[in-house]
Design a binder for this molecule. Structure first.
Ligand SMILES: [Zn+2]
Length: 442
């Protein structure tokens, strides 16, 4: 029972609003009621949380990330996209071990929870270790064990098995997807096989596609098809896909995606497009016209440097206004909707997450907007998009459980998480052995 907070109401369409002096009743991890304060007399055994002066916001969803890459935070700066992959990241990833991934994932979960991110949609290697970190810290996650075709049929099948193993944990908070890396690192045959497994076993497919206009041109030159056309002809779109980025989508791609709108979501990670000078951003206006839900993500912290979805949603609003050359596009309400309801779609849970309303999972963050950077508070919705900081998050609830209380992680020992990360950080960025997990040449 969360007492006496303001509530950010995010409707499916139209303006968001803030209802003041509300109580939120949760039971068995589900929001039972949202109603004016004190209309409800709590039973003596109900835990009450006094949220006076705080605003409750649907838990943010990080719609696309590679959480353990927090271990490479700040280790690959001021590089072209080619050098970022080929000189730094893919050589560094030869250093991955299950233990190092576990350490990184714990750090990532801590960072996200403390920032009010209650769900992350992940795409990485050793996903069993990421599942363990999510289980421990109490965050919600959809995990896609990732593979390249260069690891052969064994690598591919092991990734599918890792997804099955996560599903077999039978923890509703942790779901699995299939994670081919991208059409330029995974063959058409392997994409088709992935689509087959996804359809047969009810998985979604989470992958990168059409990240830049250059990738799309190169795909047309080499394969006579855009990355989206490849996803269509290999059955990936039929099976249902979460597509990261889509900055290089063509007009004909929108028509293809519209035919698969019920099973397709796109994640936009604008800070990455700015930082790697990718020249474009996700065409959200056209995607929405095609009926495709869009979520907001950070991508990996090896380029984003944070897993702070507040930062991402702010950059999303700014880059969308710039892209459309319209200050009236991507309003405060639309931006908040993308980070919540859009993220819920990206997580594959459009009806369970993304809003504080009866029947949805009790995933929310309570923020204190009384700091000088938010005051005076003419419009809390504007503050949430343009001036809020992750450190304004006070309390976080996932699945009805308090996981952050008074700005402290309660599910794991943060000092232990930080000590572990500092102890192994140097091993991940060591390039002395040479080699790389893959070569970037889309
Ligand atoms: Zn990515």
């Amino acid at each position: 029972m969360i007492r006496n907070c303001s509530v950010l109401v995010v409707p499916a369409q139209g303006e968001c609003r803030v209802d003041e002096y509300q109580d939120i009743v949760t039971e068995d991890g589900v929001i039972d009621e949202v109603m004016p304060t004190r209309a409800y007399q709590a039973e003596p055994d109900v835990e009450e949380l006094d949220a006076t002066g705080l605003i409750a916001v649907p838990g943010l969803v990080n719609s696309h990330t590679h959480s353990p890459m927090v271990m490479m935070r700040g280790a690959a700066e001021d590089l072209s996209i080619d050098d970022w992959f080929n000189r730094k990241i893919w050589p560094m990833e030869t250093n991955l071990t299950p233990e190092r991934v576990r350490v990184g994932a714990r750090l990532a979960c801590a960072e996200m929870l403390l920032a009010g991110v209650t769900t992350f949609v992940d795409h990485y290697f050793h996903a069993d270790q990421i599942a363990a970190a999510a289980l421990e810290t109490g965050i919600r996650a959809d995990l896609a064990p990732t593979f390249f075709s260069s690891t052969g049929a064994d690598g591919r099948e092991a990734a599918y098995q890792a997804a099955r193993d996560i599903r077999a944990l039978d923890v509703p908070r942790i779901t699995a997807s299939l994670g081919p890396h991208a059409p330029y690192t995974v063959t058409d045959e392997d994409l088709a096989r992935t689509a087959e497994v996804a359809r047969a076993e009810g998985f979604r497919i989470h992958l990168h596609a059409a990240e830049t206009a250059e990738q799309t041109r190169s795909s047309q030159d080499r394969h006579g098809a855009t990355p989206i056309e490849i996803l269509e002809r290999t059955g990936v779109l039929d099976a249902g896909a979460l597509i990261a980025h889509g900055c290089g989508l063509t007009d004909s791609d929108f028509r293809i995606l519209a035919n698969h709108a019920a099973r397709t979501t796109v994640a936009a990670c604008p800070k990455v497009y700015l930082k790697l000078a990718m020249g474009s951003t996700t065409p959200i206006k056209q995607l929405q016209h095609a009926g495709i839900p869009v979520g907001v993500g950070t991508d990996g912290a090896a380029v984003h440097n944070t897993l702070d979805v507040w930062e991402s949603l702010r950059l999303l609003a700014l880059t969308q206004k710039q892209r459309e050359q319209s200050a009236e596009w991507m309003t405060v309400s639309d931006t908040l909707r993308l980070a919540t309801r859009g993220g819920a779609a990206a997580a594959g849970l459009p009806n369970d997450l993304g809003a504080i309303e009866p029947g949805r999972r009790a995933d929310l963050a309570l923020l204190d907007l009384s700091g000088p950077h938010n005051q005076p508070l003419h419009d809390p919705r504007a503050a949430l998009v343009y001036s809020t900081r992750a450190s304004d998050v006070v309390t976080v609830v996932v699945d009805g459980n308090i996981v952050v209380r008074d700005r402290e992680l309660v599910t794991a020992d943060l000092s232990d998480i930080l000590a572990e990360a500092r102890a192994v950080a140097h091993t991940l960025v060591d390039l002395s052995r040479g080699g790389a997990v893959q070569h970037y040449a889309p």
